[in-house]
Design a protein around this ligand. Structure first.
Ligand code: CTP
Ligand code: ZN
Length: 154
């Protein structure tokens, strides 16, 4: 290699780096999880070259740490993400999301007749591992959808 392009977004002193987000998904995570609704500095890299994925997105949120629960909520969007906790410029912890039992509040039910679309309630989907992949079952209408159908619905 003739030049080092490893650090593509400035290093942070303290906070969270969500790395290895599939390209095109970073923007979605920012809006769904409201990562920008903070006073803290948020830096974002989109479509960065990445060995494994071809292209990746990265999100860095200063002085903010995600709970294990919050990390797991990322799993359906970014199953291979790495969530790094940074302290004094060092990576002190690396978490990989694992599929949670339930996804609450971030998704919209694809069923146009579902009560959750008309009432002020948090959406809620049970996560089901099926033979053909991950399915999401709405708590309100009890319909089950292939996960991509729900993800593409907002
Ligand atoms: N990082 C950062 N600020 C720091 C330290 C690290 O923004 N002070 C970022 C790095 O740029 C990288 C991520 O945090 O995107 C993880 O850092 P590190 O574990 O050092 O990188 P890798 O070994 O490449 O991580 P992985 O093995 O998860 O690919
Ligand atoms: Zn529903």
């Amino acid at each position: 290699m003739t030049h080092d392009n490893k650090l593509q977004v400035e290093a942070i002193k303290c906070g969270t780096v969500i790395d290895h987000i599939p390209a095109q998904v970073g923007f979605k995570l920012l809006s769904l999880f409201k990562f920008t609704q903070t006073e803290q500095r948020v830096t974002v890299g989109l479509n960065l070259p990445s060995g494994e994925l071809g292209r990746k997105d990265i999100i860095k949120i200063e002085n903010t740490f995600l709970t294990d629960e919050q990390v797991n909520q990322l799993a359906v969007y970014a199953p291979r993400a790495t969530v790094n906790r940074i302290d004094n410029y060092e990576v002190v912890k690396k978490l990989m999301p694992t599929l949670p039992d339930r996804i609450i509040g971030v998704l919209r039910c694809p069923n146009g007749n579902c009560i959750s679309r008309f009432e002020p309630v948090d959406s809620s989907f049970a996560v089901k591992q099926r033979a053909d992949g991950v399915h999401l079952k709405c708590k309100y209408c009890e319909k089950e959808f292939e996960h991509q159908v729900v993800l593409n619905n907002d």
